[in-house]
Design a protein around this ligand. Sequence first.
Ligand SMILES: Cc1ncc(COP(=O)(O)O)c(C=O)c1O
Length: 428
Amino acid sequence: VNYARYLSRAAGTMQESPIRKMGTVTARIPDLISFAPGYPAPDTFPWDDFREITGELLGAREGTTLQYGPTRGFRPLLDAIRAVLRGRGIDAALEDLLITTGSQQGLDLVARVLLDPGDVALVELPAYTGAIAAFRNVQAELRGVRQEPDGIDVDDLDRVITRVRAEGKRARFLYLVSNFQNPTGLLLAGDKRRRLLEAADRHDILLVEDDPYGDLYFPDAAEASDTRPIKADDHEGRVLYLSSFSKTLAPGYRIAWIAAPPELTAKFEVAKQAADICTGALDQRVVWQAIERGVLAAQGPRLRAVYQHKRTVMERALRQHLSDLLTWPDPRGGFFIWVTAPPEIHTDTLLERAIRHQVIFVVGSAFFVDRTGANTLRLSFSAPTPERIEEGVRRLSEALREELDHLHQEVGPVGAGGGTRGTGTPRG
Ligand SMILES: Cc1ncc(COP(=O)(O)O)c(C=O)c1O
């Protein structure tokens, strides 16, 4: 049977996640150091609290714990999330909220509810691949907006929207990660948050603000007030806010939420009914209890210290081994260091060589909807131990130097019409 003939148009164009694809590499190569997926460090999971909570929940034999539940979510968890949101300056009503099975489901619901085939969705250059996939799966057209060291370039946003309009199309929304962006780690400046709200109003678009990393700021470089969501100052109902417990408690529970204007949340709820009926009842209760018992609150300072330390270790190793070749912005929170290599480097070929040196990363081009970024890559420091981070950067340095030697043998010496070595001053 030729199954290709049976595929929908949408399925025909679906692409495997470049990050997930790396999972097969990880499984194949012994002693591989992976800087690829943005996984939290498993030793930060509050294992004992989860064991105790789960034991009590199952011990009580309360039927609803293992039953189907309301699509909107488990009411006590929704109330707990309202309190979490108040801590971030967001005053959400119950009817604004929907629990989702990971924020990834939230992005899928946003795509289904807001985008028709051919509609334009605006994303950052570079943007989170999971969002790109969700929007592409409904056959939307994606346009990129440049980023500066302090986040999205609002003037470029104006230009892109004007161009889209001149083509007779309408941009529906701008998707962005305001805090410690995936993949760049960038933090959006406070004044840009205000300007984005004005721009959304002026151009009559929505903002889809995805904020899984806001709590993970590094105390030596940022503070909680720097991460105040755009949603907190949204008085016109322009912002759809997504967040998740994946990075602060554990991604295995798949508990996240959307806070949006109630008319839209009602639509997301109907779309979710067809996707999975409801998010896991036991998982919602475990997370609810983790919030009630102060486990989530205790995670914050602990995670900030752990990831700040790993960031320091990776940056130190990069400076030691690679500062002559690579540049990167200092991350002030989150899981990632975004790296630019010399222009002659294609990180997809570098990756093949890196695999031979038993280290992997995500190629930067995967995050660009305009097919640029060939010499960029994303390093995630969240999951490996500090020792493995140091060793992985050393291996990366070997792979990169070998690749440059190989290229320069092919094209002749630098300065004789060949490539140019690292331009600009490395930061960090
Ligand atoms: C920006 C961003 N949005 C959404 C997600 C998905 O998170 P979740 O585990 O809540 O589905 C991730 C995960 O890496 C992410 O980085």
